[in-house]
Write a new protein. Sequence first.
Length: 328
Amino acid sequence: MPFKLSRMLAPWVALTGVLLAPAAMADTAANYPERPVKLALPFPPGGSADTITRSMAERLQAQLNQPFLIENRPGAAGNVATRYVAKAQPDGYNLLVGVTGAMAINPNLYKLDYDPLQDFVAVSMMARAPVVVVADPQAGIGNIKQLIEQAKAKPGMLTYATNGVGTSHHLAAELFRQAAGLDMRNVPYKGTPEALQDIIGGRVPIGFMDLTASIPLIASGKLKALATTGTKRSPALPDVPTVAEAGLPGFSADTWVGIFAPKGTPRPIVEKLSAEIKTALALPELRARAQTQGLEVGSSTPAELQRFVQEESVKWKRVVNEAGIKLQ
């Protein structure tokens, strides 16, 4: 009899579980977070992505009454932090500060044991920034038109500095080169500071550089800003045209920062996080502080960010393949 009764009750138990699951998930989201949340960042402390993430984390902590802790995990062009979160428990307590290179470029350059498009769920965009095309003021290149003229006059002779092969800045330069039909040579550096010093020193005439790091040098006259690569002018450099304005209509190569969670993170938690991030990023003081670093702060829905990353992946795959970029 007990055996038969258990068989009779089994469908009802299963049905009850199905009916209760959404309610349980809603309760999980309502109570989330119940302990500190970790944000893995693929850069060392001090950069623009680190700064905006810390500002946002402070606001989220105030809104949700739990610490949001930054874990700087640099290495392997962003793959260290990205892989760590891809393999983490999908419970909303391990989040990734995803960036252009790690999410949309690296899958085309590295053999990864995870897939940024498949192993993460998008939460919200956080900020975007253009790359800035700069020149040594003594190089005789005052604008994008002159840059293109010099490159075409001496194919293969004009060099440009970037912060490494396969970085978002290198890919922005490759997109520019392809769009303008130029033959230029990349001079890759281990980081932005080294590249900037060699441009200032006249060893490389131009560079495709991080906007935040370049702003003080542009303001002091040590660098000449030729253009920025975004869809619109940067508020940090309002007098500097975009590449599109300067002669390549439709050109766009922003770098960006967004928040992602491991695949399987409960949807109500993702939606709650996205809404809270939107509230945090709307704070005028936070947005104004970010603008001084050349960052355009802005949130998105999870669906909008997911669609954007897919489009970026297609775009940068095409650039990588056409340029024939190979990592040694």
